[in-house]
Ligand binder design. Sequence first.
Ligand SMILES: Cc1ncc(COP(=O)(O)O)c(C=O)c1O
Length: 414
Amino acid sequence: MAVVTGRKLDAPAVRADFPIFEQRFHGKPLAYLDSANSSQKPRQVLAAMQEFYETSYANVHRAVYELGERSTAALEGAREKAARFLNAPSARDVIFVRNATEGLNLVAYSWGLNNLGAGDAVVVTELEHHSNFVPWQYIARRHGAEFRMLPLDEQGELDLSGLDEVGRSANVKVVATNLVSNSIGTINDLGRLVSWAHEQGAIFVCDAAQAAPHMAVDVQALGVDFLAISGHKMCGPSGIGALWGRAELLQSMEPFLMGGHMISSVGFERTTWGELPHKFEAGTSPIAEAVGLGAAIDYLEAIGLDAVESHEHELAAYALEQLQELPGVRLYGPPADRRAGIVSFNVQGIHPHDVAQVLDSEGVCIRAGHHCCQPLMAKLGVMATNRASFYLYTVREEIDQLVAGVRKAQRIFA
Ligand SMILES: Cc1ncc(COP(=O)(O)O)c(C=O)c1O
């Protein structure tokens, strides 16, 4: 485990926990600047999953033998860790899902299908990932509800000046936004929006897929009603995420997926649902993945989310400063102090895919595309951007490698 002194993160020491960095790509050290897409995994997470498979694996909640009890305890232990990580009042209200997308769909279907109708409105923002946009658009349209978008200002931050007008002209039932934008890194100050949503009698659904890896996320302090995260973005394995929901809402909702495990009793005439969280966890759980997520939470907590956050702010400031000096580079999003470690940019005259391909030849991984944010791209007036994103293992040398690679692309395409 990497050593952290005070609040300062020792990135080279953290990096040594991640075996992926032992390789070279195209003869160059790996500069992995695509963590907003998916993060790399430390040895501690890989070892926890391997040990679990080697010593404790069986199906959960149904075995009457000791091995099954051990496996069930591991799954439920991971749920306790996830609840603590989110400061959830009870682990019972933390549902394991495949990823944030599934968590958000669960709310849209299970809550939305039964609570939205003609004359109601769902409000999202121009900053949303498709995962917190498309399900709401679909459910709203299917039930004749209005689908509205809150705009962004010039800096790429939420413009809340029109809230009163929205409140006067619409019967708002759902407000759904992210906490951190995956495209341009904006950290949204949700306080006013959450209060406003509740004044309207609406529920507030928070997509924290991009926030949870990078900053402390506290469902009680945020005051939201639902919050979704993905394990693979926060040093955990793919195939596991979590949805936290307010107990009274979860209890009032119908299940999303149906089948084994989520029932209380099944008869020819009628089936009744199990208790929380099982009501929302049909079928065999992602057991080893939950163990991996629990290990990832332990890892992040040992390092400290505040240390991760300030490390990323420093890297974002450095990257913005370096990229700004390059002629023909356009940057998107707010100043470094109001964004996570995510920098979106375009290079004049070069398609983002070409930039990314040249960077790959230099060992640099970035994402190029619309980042599952086509409404935001439309707002920015572009089809795509390049996006470099940083995490706890990112070092400045990788940003230097990025800048050198962009210079190379400019020379090639001059
Ligand atoms: C802000 C945000 N929301 C939702 C998602 C969807 O995450 P997943 O693909 O893990 O479901 C992502 C993934 O990039 C994201 O960045």
